[in-house]
Design a protein around this ligand. Sequence first.
Ligand code: GLN
Length: 559
Amino acid sequence: MAKFVFVTGGVVSSLGKGIAAASLAAILESRRLEVTLIKLDPYLNVDPGTMSPFQHGEVFVTDDGAETDLDLGHYERFVTTRMRRTNNFTTGQIYKSVLEKERRGDYLGKTVQVIPHVTNEIQEFVLRGANAVPVDVAIVEIGGTVGDIESLPFLEAVRQMSLKLGPTNFAFVHLTYVPFIAAAGELKTKPTQHTVQKLREIGIQPDVLLARADRVIPDDERAKISLFTNVPLHGVISVPDVDTIYKVPRLLHEQGLDELICMKLQLLTRPADLRRWDRLVHEVEHPRTSVRIAMCGKYTELSDSYKSLNEALRHAGIHNHARVEIGYVDAETLDAGNAEVLAAYDAILVPGGFGKRGIEGKIVAARYAREHGVPYLGICLGMQVATIEFARHVAGLAGANSTEFEADCAHPVIALIEEWQDRDGSVQRRHAGSDLGGTMRLGAQSSDVKPGTLAHEIYGPVVTERHRHRYEANVNYLERLQAAGLVISALTQREQLTEIVELPRAQHPWFMGVQFHPEFKSTPWDGHPLFGSFVKAALAHQVARQAARRDEPAVRAVG
Ligand code: GLN
């Protein structure tokens, strides 16, 4: 039976609760404990699949095809336990399940209420997540901020759970904020006092406070927090801002967080061993070189929309001893007239995306990469635009497009499966839009990789990656595209769905589009072979560009 650590948040959101939970999990794992993490999201959406990445950040996809909160990405990058559908649930899912039970008559005519029916359902979901694989500790992160109406049923549910579990089987960790008020030149503990009061009103006494601040919190302020919150001094842990998230496990361990949790849960373990985290931080802080990658998409850097992608590129940098600088190029402003802005970069990446906005700019980016020998990686939508670009400008299919952007285009090289299966003129164009939730190809799928291709060099004979998309490369065009020189290096066996396209090595040093999302499987430890190879190609391109630049004046002098 798993023991539980419940992680709550106070004062404001965006303090890094997910990173804190993942870091605690990582330290416990380094003590040879089996750990899993569960995220509870208080909103009513059934899953984040239909939410704008602008609002909610990236949608993280698990192997078993669940569209989940991006915190699950942090979890997978910090611990070895793989996340599943049961590791994340929302209020929407809880209510859906309760209402289905009510309609089935499971409640035997009783009045269905938040307490006990909703709170019981929450507890069942938590237990289901914790018991999906055998673990010693389940860390349960409760989204939102204490004091929100929305997260109240979650807090009530875990309070009830703690009562049933008994004191040696649970710990409460509360993440709070200690602002520095410049005018007074002081750190203020009042918001922390209030958020803990709120928590205690609900019946939860935290065992640990992770006090976030822009600086280290001095001992006298920690003592004050301890006095007012009834949390022992050693349980008040100062968590200042750090320049890399990989420093957080060491930071928490040095102040005894894991020891405290293990004492409370009466877990006898080996001491923590964080040497690999130290090595990682050292690598991050001592790159030998740097490389610039243009990310040509819709969302800006601040919006967490490309969280896993940014991390995957960073990991690839670490493995190439290079700092990866990502330049966000707004696809909506890019056109043939200003494509030269891309010349400042060592490689071009077009990430996944939905909808028409910025598509022509992304096509311009793919074309620029193809024509100028710049390493190109297209992910999901990025593969689709590379295919459209190739169809239009190399295969002579003017007007090629995806039916997602132009329903009756001349050459639907990208389309829904049911569209191309029925192309006898009476095509029933079923457009995504009728039911946007749950109509995608989702989760891990495998396919064979063609020998002799760049993809084969990277992946070997089989590729298994996670998917999240509706549209596919249209099988009816594959022959024409291949005849024009496009290499299709991986196809799914049964449906012949295109997984990877590339340009022949003789024509381009590194040009690849993948229909899946490799970024979800990158970790700081192993990196990811595809991103590793891409960053390596970017470095090679940088060297070649520098050499070309050096040669230039000499050539001119001769001429
Ligand atoms: N919009 C495209 C599709 O649905 C690509 C999706 C993506 O990039 N994740 O197929």
